[in-house]
Design a protein around this ligand. Sequence first.
Ligand code: FAD
Length: 451
Amino acid sequence: VTTAERLAALLPGRFHTDPAVIARHSHDRSGLPPDGPAAGVVLARGVADVQTTLRVARELSTPVVVRGAGTGLSGGATAIAGGIVLDLHEMNRIVEISAADELAVVEPGVITADLDRAAAAYGLRHAPDPASVEISTVGGNIATNAGGLRCAKYGVTRESVLGLDVVLTDGELISTGRRTVKGVTGYDLTGLFVGSEGTLGVIVAATLRLRPIPRATATLTAFFGSFAEAAEAVAALRAAGVQPAMAELVDGPTLGAIDALQGSDLRSRGEAFLLVQTDGAGAEAEAAIAAPLLKERATSISVTDDPEVARELIATRRLALPALERLGRVLIEDIAVPRSRLAEAAAEITRISAAFDVPIYTLAHAGDGNLHPVLVTDPGPGEIPARVWQAADELFSTALRLGGTLTGEHGVGVLKRAWLGGELGPRNHRLQRDLKALFDPAGILNPGKAI
Ligand SMILES: Cc1cc2nc3c(=O)[nH]c(=O)nc-3n(C[C@H](O)[C@H](O)[C@H](O)COP(=O)(O)OP(=O)(O)OC[C@H]3O[C@@H](n4cnc5c(N)ncnc54)[C@H](O)[C@@H]3O)c2cc1C
């Protein structure tokens, strides 16, 4: 009996082998092809469906690719030949919001922005806000430890996860963590599952820390003559003790792509665009410190305390990736460097672009030192040209040389696995593989990915 036959019998109406359904669930947004056709897709409706899938897969040694919304950028959710795609997007209930304890309990398929909106009814918010907030799931965010615009002040997804319910590969359900803001009993398994990219267990529920919606925000936008000057301006804010909730940086060529998408004229205004938001009771005071520091280096600056205008500006920033995806085939990189070395990293990106003759568009979560150099190549099928991979390779070694990392938030997936050992070192890498074997002795969860 095959895995597909067993699952068809055990999960009627939830297990699908229609090639069109399989095709729809086989890609993420990395542009990487699936490793081959999957045997079927489970559209799970509850924990029991997840447990059944894992028990059968483990017994028959069938690979399982867990999937939220498939917006990942590293190939983590691409299908594996002959494997099962375990899709959780229908497990999308917000189980509880506790205003008193400032927390939410959710199923993994909840769309991130939906949680944020639901929390708003209680005067609270879910702080992690990847640019994909309207299309990605909370489970996917946890499994990739997603960052976002507000992470500059509120930290990445990890900082909002208090506890998890996880189905292990033998089908057993465990709970990690707690509902308290503090707690140090035992090893931090919650932290281990956060960012584990579907390789250790399936997250079926999460207890998340919510935060009060800030009383006020002030949003500053500035255009600069160069990316480096904008990066220096961000460093100046830090040096002055300003703690922006977000500091998003977009280079001139990316502004051009956004203009083409939305019909604006941002490109004509500078070589770099910086969006800074301060928040909380001191928002205005912090903005008053920030404005002159930006003015010193910028060609133009404006400040608003109107939340609607701020929302529009942020929406424009979120258009950056979709705008670049229209230009050709994109390889979206995700290096992070110590914040003090942001300008240096930007200069290196310009050098690498010229050396390998690859157009590179750059946006950055500048408050975190996290840069997204986006390498654009001709559209169409076929392999990504060798010089593009060489440029990517050079980007990774540059990040490491500057004391940084291969991936700030998108994860290793398939895309960066070849470079992983270089950052971890052999002993650390071996230890990580030992951990994987402990949680997944049959090696069924996302084999060949992430570690
Ligand atoms: C336009 C755009 C903007 C983006 N902006 C950002 C950004 O600002 N910051 C950022 O960090 N990322 C960003 N991303 C990348 C992506 O949205 C994130 O990685 C997101 O967290 C993926 O969520 P998902 O639900 O789509 O997960 P998927 O792509 O479905 O899965 C991602 C990984 O998580 C695993 N996984 C998913 N759900 C579970 C689960 N319940 N249990 C165990 N493993 C699971 C999968 O196996 C896979 O390895 C962006 C993507 C796009 C397309």
